[in-house]
Design a protein around this ligand. Structure first.
Ligand code: TXA
Ligand code: MG
Length: 331
C-alpha cells in the first residue's frame, strides 16, 4: 500500500516528502481541484515513463504540464494575447491551454508526445505549492489505471494504484470533479479540445467571442490525441437519457426527476437532487465508481442538461457508454 499523507494536518511534511519522491523520478498522486493526478517531473523521461507503467496506459499520449504560476509557465510555453487573457482570468483553475513550446523549453518530448506544443495548466491549492517547491513542471494525467474512472478521492487512488506507487497526498475530495477544459487558440479562433470543469460560456464571456467545438470524435482525437471516443469503461453497459429503469439496473438520476420502474432498480443514486450541475460534476466519478462495484445489468443515466458543466458531464458519460474499440486510449 502507498503511504498516504493528509495535507490538512501534515502540510509541511506532504510538501517535503512529495519533493523527495519526485526527485527520485517516481510518480506521486496529488490532489487537484479537478481530479487526483499522477504527477511526475515533466523534464525527466524516466519519471514520465513511470507514469505510463503505473497506469498501464497502452501508448504515449501528450500529458498536461502543470505549473506553479504564470512566471513558470512562460519559461516553457509562448502565450498569444487571447491565451494570456484566459490564463489571467481563470488560472489557477480547471483550464488547460495548448501553447507552442519556447525554444529553450526543457519539457521532455515524452510529455508532449513529440509535438511542438504543450498543454499547460496551473492547478488550484496544494498542487501549485508542491510544483513551486519542486521547482519544475509536473506532468500529470488522472491517477487511475487506464480504462477506469478518474479518482476524486485519495482512497480511490489507494484502491487502484496503491501497490504500484509510493505516495498519495490526500487533499480531501476534489471540488470540481471532472477534468480541466482544454482550449487551443488558432489565430483568431478559440477551439474547444475537451469540455471540462470550466464552462465554455465563461470562456466566451471572457473573450467576447464564440468557442468552436469539434464536429466529431475523430477530429477531436487528432487535435487532442488522448480524446478517442471511449474513455473509462464500467463493467455494466451504460444507457443515457433514460426516464425509466429496467429490473436489475442501477439508476443515476439528476435533480430528482420522476423515473419509471424504480421499485425494481438495484440501486438509485442522484448526482444532485437540487439539480446543481457543479454539484453533479463533483459527485459524478465517485457515484460511477460505486455503481461499477455493484452487480448491475446496466447503469441508466437520467437526462442531464447540456449547458455549463453539463457539457463535460454529458461528454464523460457518453464516453462511458460508447462502444469500445480494441485499442482503447485512456487519459
Ligand atoms: O484536470 C485535468 O486536466 C487532469 C488533472 C490531473 O490536472 N489531467 C488530465 O490529464 O486530465 P490527461 O493526461 O488525462 O489529459 C490530457 C489531455 C489528453 O486528451 C491529451 O490528448 C491532451 O490533454 N493534450 C495534452 N497535451 C496536448 C497537446 N500538446 N496538444 C493537444 N492535446 C494535448
Ligand atoms: Mg483520465
Amino acid at each position: 500500500m502507498a503511504e498516504i499523507i493528509d495535507i490538512a494536518s501534515e502540510h509541511g511534511w506532504a510538501l517535503a516528502r512529495g519533493c523527495q519522491v519526485l526527485e527520485d523520478a517516481e510518480p506521486v498522486a496529488i490532489p487537484t481541484e479537478t481530479v487526483y493526478g499522477l504527477a511526475a517531473d515533466a523534464t525527466n523521461p524516466r519519471a514520465i515513463t513511470r507514469i505510463y507503467e503505473v497506469k498501464s496506459r497502452p501508448r504515449f499520449n501528450p500529458l498536461i504540464a502543470h505549473m506553479s504560476d504564470l512566471a513558470m509557465a512562460e519559461r516553457y510555453a509562448v502565450f498569444d494575447p487571447l491565451s494570456r487573457k484566459l490564463a489571467e482570468a481563470f488560472w489557477p483553475g480547471p483550464l488547460t491551454l495548448i501553447l507552442p513550446l519556447t525554444a529553450d523549453s526543457t519539457i521532455h518530448p515524452l510529455c508532449t508526445a513529440g509535438l511542438d506544443t504543450v498543454g499547460v495548466r496551473i492547478p488550484q491549492g496544494f498542487a501549485a505549492e508542491l510544483i513551486a517547491a519542486f521547482g519544475r513542471p509536473l506532468a500529470a494525467p488522472s491517477a487511475n489505471t487506464s480504462g477506469r474512472v478518474s479518482p476524486t478521492e485519495a482512497e480511490h487512488v489507494q484502491g487502484d494504484l496503491g501497490d504500484k506507487i509510493q505516495l498519495i497526498l490526500d487533499g480531501g475530495p476534489a471540488g470540481v470533479g471532472v477534468e480541466s477544459t482544454i482550449i487551443k487558440i488558432d489565430g483568431d479562433k478559440v477551439r474547444l479540445l475537451r469540455p471540462g470543469g470550466l464552462a465554455v460560456s465563461a470562456i466566451e464571456a471572457c473573450l467576447g467571442r464564440d468557442v468552436m467545438r469539434h464536429d466529431n470524435a475523430a477530429q477531436a482525437a487528432i487535435e487532442a490525441p488522448g480524446m478517442l471516443a471511449s474513455h473509462y469503461a464500467p463493467k455494466a453497459g451504460v444507457k443515457l437519457d433514460r426516464l425509466h429503469v429496467e429490473p436489475g439496473e442501477i439508476l443515476i438520476n439528476f435533480g430528482n426527476q420522476p423515473i419509471a420502474g424504480l421499485d425494481d432498480a438495484i440501486a438509485i443514486f442522484d448526482l444532485s437532487p437540487r439539480a446543481s450541475l457543479s454539484e453533479a460534476a463533483a459527485n459524478l466519478f465517485a457515484i460511477m465508481k460505486m455503481a461499477d462495484e455493484l452487480p448491475a445489468r446496466a447503469i441508466a443515466f437520467a437526462p442531464i442538461p447540456h449547458h455549463d458543466l453539463g457539457e463535460a458531464i454529458n461528454d464523460r458519460i457518453a464516453r462511458a457508454a460508447a462502444p469500445r474499440p480494441e485499442a482503447r486510449y485512456e487519459d
